[in-house]
Design a protein around this ligand. Structure first.
Ligand code: SF4
Ligand code: SF4
Ligand code: SF4
Length: 297
């Protein structure tokens, strides 16, 4: 057993035995050796289910929304991306800081489970880095109460972060339209991208409303496009770039290209900005300045 897994199990057991928390959120092995799923640990004898390995991809932060009005204290293991999700929830006042005990885990970057498909369990060093981790700028947790292990070196952002956006921007308008039309036509409107997202934290989502009904029940390309674009604008300036929406999409739709297009535009218009780093943050699109030189009308 690796030392971080051991420490995780011990901390969870201690916190639950002392009744300091009602539940500990971490990761556990499921049916497949190359997947580590979210784990909800409620008693000390369940703590041995917890694991830390190269497949702990899921961002756990959005699970806190399921119980957002509870007063029960919860402990949660956070990588860089999970901690930025927590900052998102705190900034959006969806979570009180006293309710969560954050155990930071520096993350070396996760492996791509799809590349392990069909392989026998064993050496994973040859597996490629997971897509969501390729352009990660904060592998170390940005907020925690306690840190496990040693911080890992951060990777400097490279131009590649926006490479796909640049590629799409270079297309002519008609080709660009055709590209996205083809992508949205494949969407099955499962809402997994919304449900996994810490920035999609409205109590009532506009897409669930019957009155008024913003989105037809019919899964048609135009409605899918409306859904995808509306969601992208709802998280504009607030997206913490955890890549979870794209990771869970069963149809492989390049959702991060949309998110990063907006991030790129915000950087160009308002200066470099990364969401989910400070709990007191005011995203560029959430600020108002009466001295704004542009005409408001
Ligand atoms: S996005 Fe960053 S913090 Fe999250 S799993 Fe990937 S490398 Fe780790
Ligand atoms: S839009 Fe996607 S990348 Fe951004 S915070 Fe939500 S799940 Fe993460
Ligand atoms: S996860 Fe993919 S298929 Fe499901 S609603 Fe989102 S874009 Fe559509």
């Amino acid at each position: 057993m690796n030392p971080i897994t051991e420490e995780m199990q011990q901390i969870a057991s201690e916190l639950l035995t002392a009744q300091e928390v009602k539940c500990v959120l971490g990761w556990e092995k499921g049916t497949l050796w190359y997947q580590s799923a979210p784990a909800f640990i409620f008693s000390p004898d369940e703590a041995s289910r917890l694991v830390w390995d190269e497949f702990c991809l899921p961002n756990l932060s959005s699970y806190l929304l399921d119980d957002r009005y509870s007063q029960d204290r919860v402990a949660i293991f956070v990588k860089g991306c999970d901690s930025r999700g927590i900052v998102r929830l705190l900034s959006d006042q969806q979570l009180s800081r006293q309710r969560v005990y954050l155990i930071g885990v520096p993350c070396p970057g996760m492996k791509d489970p799809a590349a392990a498909l069909g392989q026998k369990p064993g050496d994973t060093s040859d597996l490629p880095v997971a897509s969501k981790c390729r352009h990660c700028t904060h592998r170390n947790p940005v907020l925690y109460d306690r840190l496990l292990g040693q911080p890992v070196p951060e990777v400097e952002p490279s131009g590649e972060r926006f490479a796909h956006v640049d590629e799409i921007e270079k297309m002519g308008i008609e080709d660009r339209y055709a590209f996205w039309e083809k992508q949205f036509a494949r969407c099955i409107r499962c809402f997994a991208c919304r449900n996994v997202c810490p920035a999609c934290n409205c109590t009532y989502c506009c897409f669930d409303l019957d009155e008024p009904r913003w989105l037809d029940k019919e899964v048609a390309p135009s409605q899918n496009a409306f859904y995808a674009l509306t969601r992208a604008f709802h998280v504009a300036g607030r997206c913490v770039e955890c890549g979870e929406c794209e990771r869970v999409c069963p149809m492989g739709i390049p959702i991060m290209a949309l998110n990063r297009k907006i991030i790129k535009d915000i950087n160009e218009l308002f200066g470099d900005y990364e969401a989910g780093l400070e709990t007191s943050e005011q995203p560029p699109l959430g600020r108002y300045n009466p001295d704004d030189p542009d005409n408001f009308a």
